[in-house]
Design a protein around this ligand. Structure first.
Ligand SMILES: [Zn+2]
Length: 385
């Protein structure tokens, strides 16, 4: 959540920065008393009181109870409106509505052909949004911002890169077209970055300073949080772990190179590799079979884990994150996959790193990116002050 720009160093800019601190404190710890807000933000009680007063008047916050103003509890008003998170996957779109504290109020997912046109995809998302919104009380429906996740590298130009697994979005200025469709400011990010944001903020990475989130779905994505912030790199596309080379003479990858991690570990690849046993099977069913002890499916997941461990050792040696969080629909395999990742990591990473890094499943399961999209939506909110 942020506030309108003001000239740097001006009184207005200082006030906006203070408002931002109050709002963030309430998001991560609310409801809080005004005294607690003051302690958390290190702002003077009078400053907090003044900001709370104007945000209450604007309908963003509500106060209740307490002896005197400092004892009153402050939280986001139920009628303050919502943000939406829209998460496009390889073959689905999920829309979630969250309140201004980032709590997901309602969410729905529907299948979507992977070769859909971007405007058709946005049309489906709009319908879901209207449906979910109609389930809320009238005054709470006002939409303040949208976070949009795409399984694609989003460069600093804002255009969806040719590396996307959704061909109908390539070359599109997603933030612009989605902003027009939803009628509010829309911020776009790569789905693995959103998964990292969610796991770091409310999931398995809470308490870390740096972590990597690896999404093993149809493809393989990686979102990095370094020193408390999602890291996108100077070019905007950091974290393309799926395309590190495992074997130069390995199978051809959809990116045109040979032997990329994704060509061994991605769900689409696992399905292809399973074809001699059975065709026409989805990733969730394949993972179920592996967990039920099917020898071929089990072997595929374990081999995938070892390859993934090899790739994770690069991240571990280079960036030394405290945790590697593994999610996505292949990540549902849990320790069957993760024990092999830990083994691959032990073989390839530095000993002092291996002993300290945690390799854990995503706390939000397959919902990490969708929750992250809602959290990103908060960044699009412009407070009415
Ligand atoms: Zn590749």
């Amino acid at each position: 959540m942020s506030v309108s720009p003001a000239a740097p160093g001006s009184t207005a800019a200082l006030r906006l920065a203070n408002v931002d601190r109050v709002v963030r404190a309430l998001r991560s710890g609310g409801p809080l008393t005004q005294a607690e807000v003051s302690r958390t933000t290190e702002l003077a009680p009078a400053t907090v009181s003044n900001i709370v007063k104007s945000l209450v008047a604007a309908g963003v916050l509500q106060t209740s109870g307490g002896a005197g103003r400092r004892g009153a509890t402050v939280e986001f008003a139920e009628t303050a409106g919502v943000v939406a998170g829209v998460d496009f996957g390889h073959s689905h779109v999920q829309v979630g509505l969250g309140d201004l504290s980032g709590r997901v109020l309602a969410s729905r997912q529907v299948p979507l052909a992977h070769d859909h046109r971007y405007d058709d995809g946005l049309g489906v998302a709009l319908e879901l949004l209207a449906e979910l919104s109609n389930g809320l009380p009238g005054p709470a429906r006002s939409l303040h911002g949208v976070g949009l996740g795409l399984p694609a590298p989003i460069g600093t130009t804002g255009l969806v890169d040719a590396g996307s697994i959704l061909p109908g979005w390539i070359g599109v200025d997603a933030a612009a077209v989605a902003g027009e469709a939803f009628g509010v400011t829309t911020i776009v990010d790569n789905d693995a970055n959103l998964g990292a944001l969610a796991e770091f903020t409310v999931g398995a990475g809470v308490g870390t300073h740096s972590m990597a989130y690896i999404k093993v779905a149809s493809g393989v994505g990686c979102g990095l949080v370094l020193d408390g912030r999602v890291y996108r790199g100077g070019l905007g596309t950091a974290g393309e772990l799926g395309h590190v080379t495992i074997d130069e003479s390995g199978p051809l990858c959809r990116c045109g190179n040979r032997g990329c991690l994704e060509a061994y570990v991605g769900g689409s690849s696992l399905i292809q590799q399973y074809a001699p046993v059975q065709t026409d099977i989805g990733v969730p069913e394949l993972i179920d079979r592996a967990l039920d002890g099917d020898v071929g499916a089990r072997r595929l997941v374990e081999d995938a884990g070892r390859h993934l461990g090899h790739a994770v050792s690069l991240v571990a040696n280079l960036l030394a994150p405290e945790a590697v969080v593994v999610g996505g629909e292949v990540g549902v395999a849990g320790d069957l996959l993760l024990d092999a990742v830990r083994e691959g990591l032990r073989r390839h990473a530095l000993e002092n790193v291996v002993g300290r890094i945690r390799v854990v499943p995503a706390a939000l399961g397959t919902e990490s990116s969708a929750v992250g999209a809602v959290l990103l939506g908060l960044e699009a909110v412009r407070l009415p002050i």
